[in-house]
Write a protein that binds this ligand. Structure first.
Ligand SMILES: NC(=O)CC[C@H](N)C(=O)O
Length: 383
């Protein structure tokens, strides 16, 4: 009887440990290997799946109903063709809901397919999240085939053989060789996005930037030029910016740091005001003498409390990171400014006496609360 009632599995999620979750496939058919993480945001699935920082990751949504706001090109976070290669898979508790929203241009399932993302529905996402909380983020393979035929042993081997995120410079895959200017500001009701010119000029070093970081910078009165993450300090300084922003991005900061850190050190030596966000925070900390480390379960969500020591205020923030700055490695020249109230990990630093600071969380939200917008204003005021 149970077999008659049980729907045929058309997708599987297989861990390097050999553990398997069965479910119903959605989106692209095929298989993809990645690190499995969970995200606790209740909204913003499209922004999450297009955030370039999720490259080589398979995202488990802990919120059970996903799909009801559909999809729209306006919620895209990648800026370039290269940075569209972000999340590889998506894990859902329930079947994806039909789109019902005035902004929607299409169903999530169709969008996943067009985007090349493999999805699996019907997974016990609570059990999976508990697994990750206890065991850490596993390497896994997500596979979708309407035939329902899967070679679990082969998929387990593929998960085992994949190198994982430690030591992976994924930012390089995100980088287009083009430099471009960005003028679009934050979305404002009822006008939507408007273009704006800024008074001060900043250069953003792109390791896989999210659009909403660029928009928040424009809305803070800045004029923004985006340069590839491999650009030299000399070329950046030749653009005569008033400040430099280090973007978010995927992968291991230590690996990206091999080419990014010398550039950031030169910019610090040139007395350039700097704002770092997420990967940019980790790279700045390393350039100032600190170290980064892998986290067991990471932080992915839109409901994380963070304390700003400089004001004693607590903000609710958007998070997406699997590496963190080791506060004990920071030299005396660097002050810790923010801390996670979930696990006490470092969430912000500044170079004493200089307008050089960074945060681990995502002040641009998208998705998530906008409590941290003040950081963009703090940066703009420091220029
Ligand atoms: N959002 C980001 O910039 C992520 C930074 C880094 N790849 C990490 O996982 O920690």
């Amino acid at each position: 009887m149970a077999d008659i009632l049980k729907p045929k599995a058309t997708a599987v999620l297989v861990f390097e440990t050999g553990d398997v979750f069965y479910g119903q496939g959605i989106g692209t058919q095929g298989e993809a290997v990645g690190e499995v993480c969970f995200n606790t945001a209740m909204t913003g699935y499209q922004e999450i799946l297009t955030d370039p920082s999720y490259a080589a990751q398979i995202v488990c949504f802990t919120f059970p109903h996903v799909g009801n706001t559909g999809t729209t090109d306006e919620d895209e976070e990648a800026t370039t063709p290269a940075s569209r290669r972000a999340a590889r898979g998506a894990i859902f508790k329930a079947n994806v809901t039909r789109a019902s929203n005035w902004r929607s241009e299409g169903e999530l399932g169709d969008w996943l397919e067009a985007r090349g993302i493999i999805g699996i529905c019907g997974v016990d996402t609570r059990a999976l999240t508990n697994f990750i909380r206890v065991q850490g983020m596993p390497k896994g393979v997500i596979a979708h085939s309407e035939t329902g035929e899967f070679d679990i042993e082969d998929l387990t081997d593929k998960a085992k053989q994949w190198g994982g995120l430690v030591g992976a410079d994924l930012a390089r895959d995100m980088i287009d060789e083009e430099t471009f200017d960005w003028r679009e500001a934050r979305w404002v009701w009822p006008k939507g996005h408007e273009d704006k010119d800024g008074t001060k000029k900043i250069v953003l070093i792109d390791y896989g930037v999210k659009r909403n970081i660029l928009r928040n910078l424009v809305s803070s009165g800045l004029s923004v030029s985006v340069v590839p993450g491999t650009t030299s300090a000399e070329d950046i300084l030749a653009m005569k910016p008033d400040g430099v922003v280090l973007s978010n991005g995927p992968g291991d900061p230590a690996a990206t740091g091999e080419y990014a850190i010398p550039v950031i050190k030169d910019l610090v030596d040139a007395d350039m005001p700097i704002l770092g966000i997420c990967l940019g925070h980790q790279l700045l900390a390393a350039a100032l003498g600190g170290k980064t480390m892998k986290m067991p379960q990471g932080h992915h969500g839109a409901n994380h409390p963070v304390k700003d020591y400089t004001t004693s205020k607590v903000e609710i923030v958007s998070m997406n990171h699997g590496f963190a700055v080791d506060r004990d490695s920071l030299p005396d020249t660097v002050e810790e400014t923010h801390v996670s109230l979930f696990d006490g990990s470092n969430c912000g630093i500044r170079l004493r006496g200089k307008p050089v600071f960074s945060v681990q969380h995502h002040p641009e939200a998208s998705p998530g609360p906008q409590d941290s917008f003040y950081l963009f204003e703090r940066f703009a005021e420091a220029l």
